[in-house]
Design a protein around this ligand. Structure first.
Ligand SMILES: [Mg+2]
Length: 114
């Protein structure tokens, strides 16, 4: 499904419930941050080894939380007049410029440290 169609469905869900009145960009940013914290909560106090072993089970919780994040990303982007496909494409171009393969392959350094 395209991002535009997902956004349309999310807006329809919101509009049917008359929730736009609660969705100032500030509220959407807060909601996104809260949902991102719910992603973190899934991994809290688990070692990387535990997470690797439990991932097939954790996916059942992770998927819905990532979906919650995407829900608010798409809604906020829509309300702020941001085309997420273009924004992501621009960001990927910027990342490619900051992290040229020949300088960063196999390294975990920030671009300022390359
Ligand atoms: Mg959630």
């Amino acid at each position: 499904m395209e991002l535009q169609e997902l956004t349309r469905q999310i807006r329809e869900f919101r509009d049917e419930r008359d929730w736009k009145q609660y969705h100032h960009p500030k509220d959407l940013a807060m909601a996104l941050s809260i949902e991102a914290a719910e992603v973190l909560e899934i991994f809290r106090f688990k070692s990387p080894t535990q997470i690797d072993a439990e991932l097939p089970t954790l996916k059942a919780r992770l998927g819905p939380e990532l979906a919650d994040c995407l829900f608010f990303i798409l809604l906020m982007a829509h309300d702020c007049g941001i085309d997420m496909k273009s924004a992501l494409e621009s960001k990927m171009q910027e990342n490619a410029r900051k992290y040229p393969v020949e300088l960063c392959r196999g390294k975990n350094l920030k671009y300022t440290e390359l």
